[in-house]
Design a protein around this ligand. Structure first.
Ligand SMILES: O=C(O)C(=O)C[C@]1(C(=O)O)C=C[C@@H](O)C=C1
Length: 123
């Protein structure tokens, strides 16, 4: 019998990224560098393909973090509602918006609004 601790735990995100890389390579096999990436040389296409894999892995992590944020936000909202308070706390939302806009400018505000929309009202 194998001991669970001796095996590497493969996360859903890792499995998805690996599966996607295999599928992408098979689909790209017959295509030119330009068709695959928009680049005009194989060298540039290689750089782009490697960087795209990193972006896909980053996006998997970002999605996981967003899902984690949603779960933590639900804990806060549930505690507030159960205590007799309101679901939404606008002054805190202003702090979150300022945090993102200070770091990322106007698009940061839009990103924070989308995050709040995802997190609000799920309890
Ligand atoms: O910090 C809170 O009080 C929350 O309820 C969390 C949160 C958020 O997701 O950031 C969600 C809803 C509120 O309107 C404000 C902020």
């Amino acid at each position: 019998m194998t001991t669970p601790t001796a095996e590497k735990t493969v996360t859903t995100a890792e499995k998805t990224a690996t599966d996607r890389a295999v599928t992408d390579r098979a689909a790209a096999a017959d295509k030119t560098a330009t068709e695959r990436t928009g680049a005009r040389t194989e060298e540039a296409a290689g750089v782009i393909s490697g960087a795209r894999e990193r972006i896909d892995a980053l996006d998997d992590r970002i999605i996981g973090l967003v899902q984690e944020r949603m779960a933590v936000s639900a804990v806060i909202q549930q505690a507030r509602i159960e205590s007799g308070g309101r679901r939404v706390n606008l002054s805190r939302e202003m702090e979150v918006l300022a945090h993102y806009s200070d770091a990322l400018g106007k698009p940061g505000t839009a990103l924070a609004m989308t995050l709040l929309e995802l997190c609000r009202g799920r309890v």
